[in-house]
Design a binder for this molecule. Structure first.
Ligand code: 5GP
Length: 117
């Protein structure tokens, strides 16, 4: 697999080199709003340590990111009055990944409302 690129966009967001709307942070993870939201409240959860994607993740990185993803899923249901939550995650270009730092999409869902393109 290709090596982790420390100049990917999310690494720059982690270092504060480019702006983002941060919504949650702990010792191991950061969450911020997606710049092109496909649903109201669409956010991204990432580990703070270098990790290209799921295929590159340690058990500890996965556990931390999943714990934050679950926590924020509860939060968006409450904050947006959502009926459900879709979690998306892509790996490598062939798998639909565009930014090569592990991330989980949290997409609040409402009954009968489709995700935007
Ligand atoms: P994926 O790698 O999961 O296919 O897509 C990357 C996601 O990151 C997309 O939903 C895209 O809108 C989001 N994204 C790309 N660049 C930025 C950025 O500079 N800031 C933020 N907040 N999100 C970004």
């Amino acid at each position: 697999m290709t090596a982790y690129d420390p100049d990917n966009i999310f690494a720059k967001i982690l270092r504060g080199e480019i702006p983002s709307t941060r919504v949650y942070e702990d010792d191991d993870t950061l969450a911020f709003m997606d710049i092109m939201p496909r649903a109201d409240g669409h956010l991204l959860v990432i580990p703070k340590t270098p990790c290209r994607n799921l295929l590159d993740a340690s058990p500890a990185q996965l556990a931390a990111v999943m714990a934050t993803t679950q926590k924020l899923s509860h939060a968006v249901v409450n904050a947006f009055g959502a009926d459900g939550v879709t979690i998306q995650q892509f790996n490598e270009a062939a798998g639909g990944q565009e930014v090569f730092h592990l991330h989980f999409h949290v997409l609040p869902r409402h009954a009968d409302v489709s995700l935007r393109a």
